[in-house]
Ligand binder design. Structure first.
Ligand SMILES: *Cc1c(COP(=O)(O)O)cnc(C)c1O
Length: 403
């Protein structure tokens, strides 16, 4: 059997839709790119986006800002994190998460991950108890959601606060509740590789009026917070603005203009992602060498990427596997490398944190592969990709087989 290389581009997103392009062009024609620069009788796109996203997540308040990392940093500050305080977070996450904690003057302490790629609730309980931490910045890394009922029960037992990193779970639900709605705040990213694309961008949602007033002030609202689309009542701000620094990180109207129409088509895209995810998963899940994370029925995820482990592989075999897949056009990331490559770094590479000993997570990451599923791939592309992965695996098991 001969396999032809796959030609698709794993980093290519769909173009911005025409309605979003016209909205952006209108903003540029008007010259009014700053969110507070719209005529006083006109709502800015940024404030319309805030109202629409608050509605979408069923939350009272929303703030649009410059990035997902900024959203998490500002959320921690608005929540009242004190300098030097511990913030627990998943050991398996992306670099902007510990970065946001450090930016907010907190100290990240990593919690182990399970083979299903979610935070390990036993280790979380141990660390809540041993550190006395008041904060969990929970990363729904690669779209995997932990049992949110068990998590919120555990946190309330320790009176710890939850902030969710929903960079990979915009539109996901646990039972009927949307990700980002389980704790004090949910933080989202609209960076190009996430579920809505404005190049860079972030959103924070919350039901807590005081928290959101502080977040809005921190984002650099000057005294123009009444121009926000999903903000608390004016009097909430009264006691706060004198004491809250301006950390300038507003979303501009150009980005908001292209995001608003994308929110309207988000559900349609989620369905398309899941169709593609199912195609890749169906190909891989019956191979006895491949271990897929278990996904509970309560988790309604967005399959914009897929992860799997090959538990029997050595590090050399992992390297060879990634190389052979790449030769056939299939771009896998491997979390077991000793040096960071592209977007893939691990807690070992975050030398600005106290680090930690995380043997369970390390064992998992050592054999964990990850693949993006861009919407520019068709479902049959996804079938093809899983065939190539299985082809490579078979060749590695039976190296004597002739091509
Ligand atoms: C992308 C990402 C972020 C941060 O988003 P930016 O908008 O790029 O700052 C946070 N957490 C995870 C898991 C991410 O993948």
């Amino acid at each position: 059997m001969q396999e032809q290389p796959f030609k698709g581009d794993f980093t290519r997103q769909e173009p911005i839709a025409e309605d979003a392009i016209s909205a952006a062009v209108n903003v540029m024609r008007s010259g009014r790119l700053h969110r507070y620069n719209t005529p006083s009788d006109t709502a800015s796109y940024a404030s319309e986006l805030e109202a629409a996203f608050a509605h979408y997540t069923n939350k009272s308040y929303c703030l649009a800002c410059t990035s997902g990392g900024y959203a998490m940093h500002v959320a921690l500050r608005a929540a009242g994190l004190k300098p030097g305080e511990t913030v627990l977070t998943n050991a398996f996450t992306l670099a902007p998460v510990p970065g946001a904690i450090v930016n907010a003057s907190g100290v990240p302490v990593f919690v182990e991950s399970t083979v299903d790629l979610v935070i390990d609730l036993d280790d979380l309980e141990d660390k809540l108890s041993s550190t006395g931490a008041r904060w969990l910045l929970l990363s729904h890394m690669r779209g995997h959601m932990v049992d949110m009922d068990a998590l919120t029960t555990l946190l309330s037992r320790f009176e710890a606060n939850l902030i969710e990193d929903c960079a990979h779970t915009m539109g996901s639900r646990w039972n009927d509740s949307m990700s980002g709605t389980f704790g004090l705040a949910g933080c989202f990213s609209t960076q190009t590789y996430k579920h809505m694309n404005s190049g860079e961008g972030g959103l924070i949602v919350s039901d807590d009026a005081r928290f959101m007033a502080k977040a809005i002030l921190l984002s650099g609202s000057y005294m123009l917070y009444e121009r926000h689309g999903a903000a608390p009542d004016q009097e909430i701000f009264d006691g706060l603005w004198l004491d809250t620094p301006n950390l300038s990180g507003r979303m501009d109207d150009l980005r908001a203009a292209i995001l608003l129409p994308q929110l309207a088509s988000l559900q349609e895209n989620i369905d398309r992602w899941n169709e593609r995810y199912m195609a890749v998963e169906a190909g891989l899940k019956n191979d006895r060498f491949i271990a897929m994370p278990k996904r509970p029925d309560a988790e309604h995820f967005v399959g914009s990427s897929i992860q799997f482990r090959i538990p029997t592989f050595t590090a050399d075999q992992c390297t060879e596997f990634v190389r052979r897949c790449a030769d056939l056009g299939v771009e896998l990331k491997w979390f077991g490398r000793d040096k960071p490559v592209g977007y893939t770094s691990t807690h070992h590479h975050w030398g600005y944190t106290p680090g930690g000993v995380l043997p369970r997570t390390d064992r998992i990451l050592a054999r964990l592969f990850d693949m993006r599923i861009p919407l520019t791939f068709s479902v049959s592309d996804c079938d093809r990709i899983s065939r190539i992965i299985l082809f490579v695996l078979t060749r590695m098991r039976h190296p004597q087989a002739a091509d």
